[in-house]
Design a protein around this ligand. Structure first.
Ligand SMILES: NC(=O)c1ccc[n+]([C@@H]2O[C@H](COP(=O)([O-])OP(=O)(O)OC[C@H]3O[C@@H](n4cnc5c(N)ncnc54)[C@H](O)[C@@H]3O)[C@@H](O)[C@H]2O)c1
Length: 260
């Protein structure tokens, strides 16, 4: 345990696995108290128990970020054990990829409900508490390199991530005077189940994986912990003047015109 996040009471959405879980582990190591949210309640309960056994101070709730009432109930319940939330990580997100003209209205709505409106549902709720508390706060949106570049055949996911970056900039300006910092973190490829599922959507998953590795200047993709450690910095007071902006953590993927 270290203390870079002492005094932070952080809500993380999508915390049961992947980047969200890696952040939960890293934030707990740095002394934060946590409210973990995931719609997969069984998996969340299991990982929360493991973290508590390692000394983490946390509570957890099975809730869907598209259901604002269930998120509000979780925040109210967390007051007893964790206290008022002063940092939020909007991490829960889903890949929804389709050929544009074959995309159903239902899939379009699901993409924006989870990847954009879900983040707004959580943000709106914690902002009220941060403003009432008068001591500022931090909001970190897990965007993607899809927030400013696009991989073909991933429509409409990049649209939602572009909008999430727009929300970051807009809210960062709105609440700067209240000492509330709103930033985005843009991972490239990260070794999580979501990426394995993406590779498995190709006829030859192993070849798709090798292609992905080749795209990266360093020949590999990120581990979830490498994203989590950037998030530790962005939530911490070490990062006190970063606001309304985006930190890219992609091993150089998005600045390279093309691999040689
Ligand atoms: N893995 C990558 O390569 C990568 C790259 C760039 C950005 N991202 C972004 O990082 C975030 C996390 O990605 P990941 O790869 O760790 O995903 P993941 O699929 O491994 O985990 C996501 C978690 O979010 C939960 N979740 C999904 N929808 C939810 C909802 N509506 N309400 C509550 N919980 C919900 C899932 O149950 C799951 O536990 C996402 O926003 C994703 O877009 C991931």
């Amino acid at each position: 345990m270290s203390n870079r996040l002492d005094g932070k009471r952080i809500m993380i959405t999508g915390a049961a696995q992947g980047i969200g879980f890696a952040m939960a582990e890293a934030f707990a190591r740095e002394g934060a108290a946590l409210l973990l949210i995931d719609r997969d309640g069984d998996l969340l309960a299991k990982v929360a128990e493991d973290l508590q056994a390692q000394g983490a101070k946390l509570c957890h709730a099975a809730a869907d970020i598209t259901n604002a009432a269930s998120i509000e109930a979780a925040i109210i319940q967390a007051r007893e054990t964790v206290g008022d939330i002063n940092a939020l990580v909007n991490n829960a997100g889903v890949n929804i990829f389709a050929e544009p003209l074959k995309l159903s209205d239902e899939a379009w709505e699901r993409c924006f409900d989870i990847n954009l409106k879900g983040a707004w549902n959580c943000t709106r709720l914690v902002l009220k508490g941060m403003l009432a508390g008068g001591k500022g706060g931090v909001i970190l949106n897990i965007a993607s390199t899809h927030a400013f570049t696009v991989i073909p055949r991933t429509f409409p996911y990049p649209l939602a991530k572009h909008a999430l970056l727009g929300m970051t900039k807009s809210l960062g300006l709105e609440y700067a005077a209240a000492n509330i910092r709103v930033n985005a973190l843009a991972p490239g490829y990260v070794a999580t189940q979501k990426v394995i599922d993406y590779w498995n959507s190709f006829p030859n998953p192993e070849a798709a994986k090798a292609e992905t590795m080749k795209l990266h200047p360093g020949g590999r993709i990120a581990t979830p912990n490498e994203i989590a450690m950037a998030a530790v910095f962005m939530i911490s007071d070490e990062c006190s003047f970063m606001n309304a902006t985006c930190l890219t953590v992609d091993g150089g993927l998005s600045v390279q015109q093309h691999p040689l």
